[in-house]
Design a protein around this ligand. Structure first.
Ligand SMILES: [Mg+2]
Length: 398
């Protein structure tokens, strides 16, 4: 089997808002075509136009090959070996950041091909089955622009909704401080505590509540002062309390925090995760299956976490392609506790709602393992065309 084409599709939600804090308004879908009629799809979470450039750019010398060029003519059926070649071949431009995130989309598409070619779900080729069913969690985002009271109430209402819907876990996005704070909300420590206490009262004790503050504090001392009273409300973990690069502050906070820390949504490669774990000392790691470098690299990260006794709760705020890829990772990862999953029918993002069909079914708070060959999902042709047209229209504005 040989790869005969690598196509990049930039997709955009026609109603996208530049002021939204959501990476699910544009996406890149990569399509790897083989000479045997098997086609694989992958996705990754970064600016879709940047991702396309990373893949399509021609190579200029031996330390700067082109990702697409490296794949053409190759047998797709050993993604881990190809990953190493792509990584080394692009090292002078890549190694971290956008190019590794783009490589992730290609790697996911290669695993889709492998599964389809073998007639089995991709996870069967990734490792040993680690779960019978998967436990998803809901990310709860308040609408922006309201008062502090409205902010608190909408978050609590959503926690109640999640429990009623059947979820066993949810994450409160309490974005009241730091670079991504909702406009008009003062960085009120009382408001944060109020939301957590009210949400806990509303969902009762048998429900995992996580909190994401999106890089809210500058120092461990500042964070510690605010989060100490949260512990009595049983917060499962605190996500990205500090800026992604301040690993020494993470270590200081991890040592004294009454709540376990989680981070890693932006990271690329196992080497960034090794820093986060060994220097930053976080308790939960959150690889995003595309951004980290694909299923191949996400698996390596999960294994390194396992060796350290750490648990995994992956990031995945994207279309059904990323959700599907994450489910395959989850299926073979024993130290994976929950994974981010919003059923398409209730998702706010049209890309999440409409791009992929035949998704896993949510039942009693859990999902069954993927059973169809490859990633096990198909794209909706009409939605694909509409989102492609919106992306082309946006390009005309340049
Ligand atoms: Mg987050």
């Amino acid at each position: 089997m040989k790869i005969v084409d690598v196509r990049c599709h930039v997709l955009l939600d026609p109603g996208y808002e530049r002021e939204a804090t959501s990476s699910n308004q544009d996406t890149i879908v990569v399509e790897i075509v083989t000479d045997e009629g098997v086609t694989g799809y992958g996705e990754t979470d970064l600016n879709a136009w940047v991702a396309r450039a990373c893949i399509e750019a021609p190579g200029m010398h031996t330390m700067d090959r082109g990702l697409r060029e490296l794949l053409l003519g190759r047998d797709p059926r050993d993604p881990a070996a190809l990953w190493d070649e792509l990584y080394v071949g692009t090292a002078m431009t890549g190694r971290r950041g956008a190019l590794v995130h783009a490589l992730g989309a290609l790697d996911i598409a290669l695993w889709d091909i492998c599964g389809k070619a073998a007639g089995v779900p991709a996870w069967r080729l990734l490792g040993e089955q680690a779960h019978d069913r998967l436990v998803p969690y809901a990310s709860l985002l308040p609408k922006s622009g309201g008062s502090a009271d409205e902010f608190a109430q909408t978050l609590v209402d959503q926690a109640v909704w999640a429990k009623g819907f059947g979820y066993r876990a949810a994450k409160l996005e309490i974005l009241t401080r730091g670079p991504y704070a909702h406009e008009g909300l003062s960085a009120s420590d009382d408001l944060m505590l109020e939301v957590i206490a009210a949400a806990r009262r509303a969902v009762g004790p048998d429900f995992a509540l996580m909190v994401d503050v999106a890089y809210g504090w500058k120092t461990a001392a500042e964070a510690l002062r605010v989060i100490e009273p949260w512990a009595e409300h049983d917060v499962f973990f605190l996500e990205t309390p500090l800026w992604a690069d301040d690993l020494d502050e993470y270590a200081k906070l991890a040592e004294r925090s009454p709540i376990p820390l989680a981070a890693g949504e932006w990271l690329a490669t196992r080497w960034e995760f090794l820093d986060l774990m060994d220097r930053g000392r976080v308790h939960f790691v959150q690889p995003d299956v595309g951004r980290v470098g694909g299923l191949t690299e996400a698996l390596r990260v999960c294994r390194l976490a396992d060796e350290r006794g750490l648990r995994v709760v992956p990031h995945g705020w994207k279309t059904g392609l990323t959700v599907a890829a994450t489910a395959h990772l989850a299926a073979v990862t024993p130290n994976l506790v929950f994974f981010e999953f919003v059923p398409p029918e209730v998702a706010e993002s049209p890309l999440r709602r409409e791009l992929v069909i035949d998704e896993l079914q949510f039942e009693d708070g859990t999902l069954g393992l993927p059973l169809r060959p490859g990633l096990g999902v198909d794209l909706d042709g009409d939605a694909f065309e509409r989102f492609s047209a919106a992306a082309r229209a946006r390009e005309q504005l340049r």
